[in-house]
Design a protein around this ligand. Sequence first.
Ligand code: SDX
Length: 424
Amino acid sequence: MSDKKAQLTVDGKTFDLPVYSGTDGPDVIDVRGLSAEGVLTFDPGFMSTASCESQITYIDGEKGILLHRGYPIEQLAESSDYLETCFLLLHGELPTPEESKKFRDTVKNHTMIHDQMTHFFNGFRRDAHPMAIMCGVVGALSAFYHDTMDFSDQEHREIAAFRLMAKMPTIASMCYKYSMGQPFMYPRNDLNYAENFLHMMFGTPCEEYKVSKTLAKAMDRIFLLHADHEQNASTSTVRLAGSTGANPFACIASGIAALWGPAHGGANEAVLTMLEEIGDESRIPEFIAKAKDKDDPFRLMGFGHRVYRNFDPRAKVMRQTCNEVLEELGLEDDPLLKIAKKLEQIALEDEYFVKRKLYPNVDFYSGIILKAIGIPVSMFTVIFAMSRTIGWFANWNEMIGGSYRIGRPRQLYKGYTARDYPKK
Ligand code: SDX
């Protein structure tokens, strides 16, 4: 228990509240006992609320630090890859070479989906947004695995983790193929995770698809940079759904739905739309003014963050990857990249953004890379969802494997007091 205390006095009554310290980051005040005293705290948007204990990811917003199980994101992006980071997020340590081979082989052996699932796609219009299809198809996975649905059993949870990590790229690429009217491509076990995804996205049965190692490396880095990010909106959604005992496939589907919003994972798609709307560097001041105008709902997509009051460390790595990919593809003069760089430079010098500590976030450059790789804009958030599946699952698994209670926030009621139904 904690020997630190905070005191809260309400209507003359003083409450002693325990204060807990983490291994890093701010202390927390335990307010759980207040409801029994008829007192509630009020925190819409959870600006000042720690919803759980976790050991997975740590963010220092002031310093622009992001750690996964203690390892800085910059070092993981430089020296690790997505599947090794998945192992780290799930198990807390980097894998031994033997553990790594077994982990990768197990993922490879789960990449196909049940053939019956292909029929789900036919129910959608060809122009359905792929995030709508992802929500539906991922949620439906639970209908195929009745054999391993006892999630108090760690082994069942582990099997579910492999199924989700392995099948998300297959389902995502099927969303794309369906929209193109092209046949679904089967996964190939001779390719690594990112190569296999590009093969399923852009390959056809008519000829051998030559996977670019450069693009596969860039794809893998995008997966890695999006893998997990503490208790963001979609991860908190997954935890809340999981706290009711819902199965992990349904919980991940709820995370996909939450991620879709333009304020969250939908921002990468919105950044590209914004850059294309700006169209020319000469129009940047007009859009900066719109972003600052309180009467205009427009926001500079890809800028700002609830936690980071400094550069999002992922944005720095993403910018470097963007330069590498476009140079490799001979697209260093890409007009959208030039607008993005000019927009970033202007925003970082503008007092409005400086005062509010609004910096580029993970979504600002990712869309330019994805577009250069040939991924359509409508698939950007799908790729974010694929990447974040491991982070959602690791948080769900940490909660289910420990002690937890059903999440049930309260409210500040501002409606009618009791009144009688009018007599007939
Ligand atoms: C992700 O939480 C996570 O970790 C998320 C994520 C993850 O990995 O899971 O990092 C992924 O979602 C990144 C964020 C992607 N979203 C966007 O790029 C959309 C644009 N950004 C904003 O909508 C906004 O910055 C948020 C939603 C990201 C954060 O919103 P907050 O924390 O609620 O901040 P706020 O809206 O209270 O803004 C504070 C001030 C306001 O001005 P004032 O009322 O003080 O005058 O800053 C302004 C806002 O108007 N502001 C912006 C702005 N972002 C904030 N003004 C113009 N353009 C922006 N982008």
